[in-house]
Design a protein around this ligand. Structure first.
Ligand SMILES: Nc1ncnc2c1ncn2[C@@H]1O[C@H](COP(=O)(O)OP(=O)(O)OP(=O)(O)O)[C@@H](O)[C@H]1O
Length: 454
């Protein structure tokens, strides 16, 4: 009787955990079943998926000579098995004649055969691949791990479908495009970026032509904000002025370094002495299409000024530490001249749910056809889910943790004292109560970044 009660309690706990805390369920119950399943079925599954190699002629010949049993196909050897908070990771040594592509092409078959939520494969080095198996649907309830490897301009924004953390790294991918249909989760994604950057020694500049409804509440952490196309045009031109000033500083330093034999010569802000290094700027542009639309000649001229400035910033801004993050429902050539040119420089691409394939192509059409397909398959009941990739053609499905506007505002307010005062952008500095005004009076080019600890 007591055994029955204990079993029922354990089953109840398991079901409750599975429903409410899938990560705990996985670590306490799921991992045992999945581990046994994978290891017991491994050889037969590899064989069924065509991932074994036939015995060599030498082995067949030896068996014939010695009259022993005919050797069987050889299974790729498991080098290591690791348990993570979302699944299992197998390191597998390939057999001669196999390549990583064989495994990549079989991930769906492996997923079904091992009854796992997902399987991905990547090559670690020649002859060794890593199979990542996810034990449960990690994107149903996004729970970010407590520890991240964050650093300056590299922030954790979402969870990948294989359970890994997805980072937005501006030093690696300086400019990015984020598109999605109405209500797909673009603003929450952007809020998450702002919340994570708020604690870093970075200047945030915003253009939000939705009258500022998304970014204005976060204004205390913004060094400049424009909420209409006229202000946006002037702000972007002021940013170009800042960029030109920073290039002058870099040129001056290059002339000095050129006279020092064997000295490093820098071509961007990161090689400048710390006391000269300007604070990096992340420019967030929300609803970019609003900047590209016009109804009369005056608005057309303003539109051309805006797009020209944006194109110049994405082409030249990186070395001056100016990074551009563009967000909108669509971003295609139907928005007029300069858009295709600009998109070519937006290396990072994130597409939330879209309503048609044409919109998905705006993000991935020139990069990866399978990412276009994956974008169109994002379900409507999963806001915040997106496909993200870059011009290398690699992509992954992610989902951001839900960040409310209240949470983002609290984070920005708590870090308001870190807001750098950029003199060139002073006219667009959001009005602040004295209590939270930045204390630093140092000129912009002397505001140096503080090291960020992991
Ligand atoms: N990561 C997420 N997890 C859970 N819910 C989310 C997530 N992201 C967004 N949502 C839900 O979807 C709703 C719409 O999100 P959001 O405002 O970010 O969409 P949007 O793409 O910016 O829409 P619009 O184009 O109208 O501004 C949010 O109010 C929120 O309830």
């Amino acid at each position: 009787m007591s055994l029955l009660v204990i079993t029922a309690v354990i089953l109840g706990v398991a079901l409750l955990l599975r429903w409410q805390r899938p990560a705990w369920y996985w670590l306490s119950f799921g991992v045992v079943g999945a581990g046994v399943r994978v290891l017991v079925r491994y050889a037969s599954v590899m064989d069924a998926c065509g991932l074994t190699v036939a015995p060599s002629r030498l082995r067949l010949g030896l068996a014939r000579l010695t009259r022993t049993a005919v050797p069987t196909s050889r299974v790729p050897r498991i080098l290591a098995v690791r348990v993570t908070r979302s699944g299992l990771v197998l390191r597998v040594k390939l057999r001669p004649g196999q390549d990583a592509f064989d495994f990549m092409a079989s991930t769906d078959r492996l997923r079904h055969s091992f009854t796992m939520q997902g399987v991905t494969c990547r090559e670690l080095r020649a002859g060794v691949v890593e199979l990542r198996m996810t034990g449960y649907d990690v994107l149903r309830r996004v729970q970010m791990p407590a520890r991240f490897a964050a650093s300056l301009l590299r922030v954790p924004v979402a969870l990948r479908d294989d359970g890994e953390v997805h980072y937005r790294d501006w030093r690696q991918v300086p400019h990015a495009l984020n598109i999605g249909a109405v209500g797909s989760g673009k603003s929450v994604y952007q809020r998450r970026l702002v919340s994570e950057l708020a604690a870093q020694p970075v200047a945030l500049v915003g253009i939000d032509c939705k009258n500022g409804v998304e970014l204005a509440p976060l204004a205390r952490r913004f060094s400049a904000l424009a909420d209409n196309p006229d202000d946006a045009a002037a702000l972007l031109e002021a940013l170009l002025g800042r960029m030109a000033g920073i290039y002058d500083v870099i040129r001056r330093e290059q002339r000095i370094s050129a006279d020092v034999p064997d000295g490093e010569i820098t071509a961007d802000i990161w090689g400048l002495p710390v006391h000269l290094r300007p604070v990096p700027v992340v420019l967030l542009v929300d609803e970019v299409a609003e900047l590209a639309l016009f109804a009369n000649t005056t608005e057309k001229k303003r539109r051309d000024r805006i797009i020209t400035a944006l194109v110049r910033l994405v082409q030249l801004g990186r070395a001056a530490g100016i990074y551009v993050e563009v967000c909108g429902q669509r971003f295609g050539s139907d928005l007029g001249d300069g858009i295709t040119l600009m998109r070519a420089q937006l290396t990072g691409r994130t597409a939330h749910r879209v309503n048609d394939q044409a919109s998905a192509k705006m993000a991935f059409g020139d990069i990866a056809d399978d990412a276009v397909l994956a974008t169109t398959m994002i379900p409507t009941n999963r806001p915040g889910t997106a496909v993200t990739g870059d011009s290398s053609g690699g992509w992954v499905t992610i989902r951001t943790p839900h960040t409310t506007l209240r949470q983002a505002v609290n984070t920005c307010n708590a870090h308001a004292h870190l807001t750098p005062d950029l003199t060139e952008l002073a006219p667009w500095r959001p009005a602040l109560p004295t209590a939270v005004a930045p204390t630093s009076t140092a000129p912009v080019s002397l505001v140096k970044p503080r090291p960020v600890t992991d």
